[in-house]
Design a protein around this ligand. Structure first.
Ligand code: CO8
Length: 201
């Protein structure tokens, strides 16, 4: 079977939902389709406003458990001259996929993320990303994403299948550097505190 016809996650160990997996359920309080999700943490490399060389990726809720996002490749994101670094493109996919948890209203982290790099992405290009959750099995959340160059119908540059694992808040508080955890927790804006860890406020 060619890559173009392979269903998401098929044949990839750890990325194929088990037979008893359930369809993902959009949380009743999830942002409406079309609504911008905004940054979950201002220091996040993927979406934060306070990271000068970050991706400044802006994700928007889609229908069901899906999101779209845009990211414009900057000179600071280069690998080869004039081209985006592959790891940066994976970060853009990871961030987009991670924002699905805001529609499920669970706290989850990336366990596995497998990426196909289909074509090079030049500096200055805008990558139009889309991601959707495909299945949930207990704490395991299965999802797929792709990034297209220049527009939502542009040529596919990257695609990925991912497994996110639901975690408790102490995943962050027990493992993160105390300075940043304290600063995030001390923010008077409680919605921002909740979103820093993608917790249901
Ligand atoms: C805050 C929002 C940010 C949004 C965007 C960014 C998202 C990110 O990049 S998060 C940062 C990157 N990710 C991380 O740092 C995670 C580091 N890893 C960990 O902390 C742990 O390995 C963690 C939490 C994923 C899993 O550990 P743990 O909670 O002990 O789960 P564990 O019991 O081992 O596994 C649970 C299930 O997941 C499966 N699983 C866990 N890891 C993997 C993996 N890498 N591949 C395949 N399956 C896995 C297990 O097999 C198990 O399956 P089953 O229930 O069928 O037996």
């Amino acid at each position: 079977m060619s890559a173009a016809t392979t269903p998401p996650g098929a044949g990839r160990p750890g990325l194929t939902p088990p037979s008893d997996a359930a369809a993902p359920v959009r949380h009743p309080d999830a942002p409406a389709p079309g609504e911008l999700l905004g940054a979950h943490y201002d220091q996040c490399f993927g979406c934060g406003d306070s990271q000068p060389h970050g991706l400044h990726l802006a994700a928007r809720a889609g229908e069901g458990v899906s999101v779209t996002a845009e990211f414009t490749v900057q000179p600071a994101h280069q690998g080869a001259p004039g081209l985006a670094h592959g790891g940066v493109l994976v970060s853009a996919l990871d961030e987009t996929l991670g924002s699905l948890s805001w529609l499920l209203r669970v706290i989850a982290v990336t366990g596995r993320l497998e990426t196909d790099f289909v074509r090079p992405v030049p500096v200055g290009a805008t990558l139009h990303l889309s991601a959707r959750c495909t299945a949930v099995a207990g704490r395991k959340i299965y999802s797929s994403a792709e990034g297209r160059i220049g527009g939502p119908e542009g040529p596919v540059a990257v695609r990925a299948d991912a497994l996110f694992i639901e975690v408790k808040l102490d995943h962050f508080t027990a493992n993160g550097r105390p300075e940043e955890i304290r600063a995030a927790m001390d923010d008077p804006d409680q919605v921002k505190v909740a979103r820093a860890f993608e917790v249901n406020p």
